[in-house]
Design a protein around this ligand. Structure first.
Ligand SMILES: [Zn+2]
Length: 324
């Protein structure tokens, strides 16, 4: 394998292996997470949840934090997102906007927690929420479902501000969904079978861009919108996992298909997430793609600036950084 990909690819593969299996005692340079390469024009991505609906204490459901230009944007809000945010040093109250790729429960079930805990922790005004058709309706019904909690906390002795428990929800279509402070979020349609519409997102800031696939099969539209992106994060079906659905009827890309997307876009860093079982994923992606690749675990941090670096947060806040 080493000889087949050549020395550069071998080195990248080492990085991949380190990032995939990273422990605190990694041989690479150890730095404090806060001291990792960050510049004014950088985008920081934190993979909060890299798992699937199958319960796992190690890898939570889909949620990705993107920080750029002083904004903290959350893409999907699956189970445990608030816990992972806290581990990443971000309060639920500090999220500026939430973007949903689609309304499958493993992408939204953490939303009541983010919304209400964010209010409890001091968000003074409405939570901004963007997503496909049905998002606004869901927000309305969340307010009904939690009316008891809301009424109790608005009253003495807590007296939480009513404005902070509002949700400004918007059903969006393909196109620019958000453009504030130089941070632009573009939604694009992907193919998630019978879940329509389902979006992927592109975030542009300071001449850099990151792309989140959401749940999708191989998508030419994703490749179109991802053109020139520094980092592409793509969902992939687990190679080794049991799946009773025939491949032709599946609605999430195989790892090989994710590799085909990476090969077409050629980002500075390709990231696989939303998989149940890591076994064989890297090998499957490598059948189609030879560039920089990380099979993400929860709390993987990616800094996108002049160069792309990534490191795993650890319980102690330390990290090991790898440059592209
Ligand atoms: Zn889905």
């Amino acid at each position: 394998m080493t000889m087949r990909f050549g020395e550069i690819i071998f080195r990248r593969t080492v990085f991949v292996t380190l990032a995939s299996l990273m422990t605190v005692a990694c041989a690479a340079t150890t730095v404090n997470a806060a001291g990792a390469a960050k510049s004014a024009d950088a985008i920081r991505v934190t993979m909060l949840g890299t798992g699937t609906p199958y319960p796992s204490a190690e890898r939570f459901e889909a949620a990705i934090l993107v920080e750029a230009g002083g904004k903290r944007l959350l893409f999907d809000c699956g189970r445990g997102a608030v816990i992972r945010l806290s581990q990443a040093g971000v309060k639920a109250s500090e999220i500026d906007a939430v973007f949903l790729t689609h309304l499958h429960s493993d992408h939204v079930v953490g939303l009541p927690d983010l919304w209400l805990t964010g209010w409890f922790l001091g968000r003074p005004d409405a939570l901004e929420l963007f997503g496909p058709s049905g998002t606004k309706s869901m927000a309305t019904h969340l307010a009904e479902a939690f009316a008891g909690d809301i009424a109790a906390r608005e009253a003495a002795p807590e007296n939480l501000p009513s404005a902070g428990v509002e949700i400004t929800a918007k059903d969006i279509e393909e196109g620019i969904a958000y453009d504030e402070g130089g941070v632009r979020v573009t939604a694009f349609l992907v193919d998630h079978g019978n879940v329509k519409p389902a979006f992927g997102y592109r975030v542009d800031y300071g001449g850099h861009a990151v792309v989140i696939s959401g749940d999708t099969n191989f998508s030419e539209n994703l490749i179109h919108f991802a053109r020139g992106a520094d980092c592409v994060m793509h969902a992939a079906w687990s190679v080794g996992a049991t799946n009773p659905t025939p491949p032709a009827q599946r609605t999430i890309a195989s790892a090989e298909d994710a590799g085909r997307v990476f090969a077409a876009v050629r980002p500075k860093l390709a990231v696989v997430y939303h998989y149940e079982d890591a076994a064989g994923i890297e090998r499957a992606v490598r059948t189609e793609y030879a560039g920089p690749l990380v099979v993400a675990k929860d709390l993987l941090v990616i800094d996108v600036g002049k160069e792309v670096t990534w490191h795993a947060r650890t319980e102690s806040g330390g990290s090991a950084t790898h440059a592209k």
